[in-house]
Design a protein around this ligand. Sequence first.
Ligand code: BEZ
Ligand code: FE
Length: 289
Amino acid sequence: MSSNLTEQTLTAAVQRTFDDSTDPRFGEVLQCLVEHLHAFAREVRLTGEEWFAAMDFVERVGKASTPTRQEVVLLSDILGLSMLLDKINQHTGSSATDSALLGPFYVEGRPTADNGSDISAGVSGTPMFVTGRVVDERGQPVAGARVDTWHSDGKGYYDVQQTEQLHDQFAMRALLTTDHDGRFWYRSITPRYYPVPTDGPCGEILRAANRSPMRPQHVHFWFTAEGYQPLITQLFWRDDPYIGRDAVFADQDSLMADFVRHEPGIAPDGATVDEPFVTLDWTFTLAAE
Ligand code: BEZ
Ligand code: FE
């Protein structure tokens, strides 16, 4: 017997096919996805031509993706879905530092560094001295926390985007560990705003929408410590011209920091610096597990 489905009855029929899913959560998510996908197609009266163009786009996003070129992640980022998930999964009422996107430039295998190290690996730029403290929600220091940090150079490029100059060497990234007082500190160079990659399918979306691809100046951090929830976040230079229009929507008020400019003189680590330099100081709060 044919099922004689109509525009009105088709959605429920598809949803029912997930009633006996082995994993109830899978069934719930897929039924909701079908509901909203169908509603979306009805609402915009999606044409066959438009859907073929969309499927071709998704295929190209997949084909453009490699371990070092994460076009699928970038699509999630520019559509605001990555930040929405951050917000949905963040514990409300907690004093923990807000999270922000991991982004595509975190890489495994980065070097470990001692506190006080220069992690720039010789890349030239305005010196930046970062001092940080990791505390729990009661303000007590978290000793032995692992602190991954990474950022761009003064032209807005990460080490992985300029392998020819760096000969595959890591730069402006390291894994540090907090001391007994929850402190960590390092020297590097000052990053700059930069565009998200626009030479792939996601660039087509930004251009079609007349959207800026720029991300304001920021430094990435990823904290892990036993007994605490991991924290992936970024600190932004509050005076950056692109604040308020970050292409990936991560530039929230709570993460605005002062990248303070100094004339030549004594740096926070006691070193004498004979050129202007920048300092960044921040206390990060981790939520208990
Ligand atoms: C980043 O901050 O590294 C980043 C995040 C999302 C898209 C592109 C870059
Ligand atoms: Fe970044």
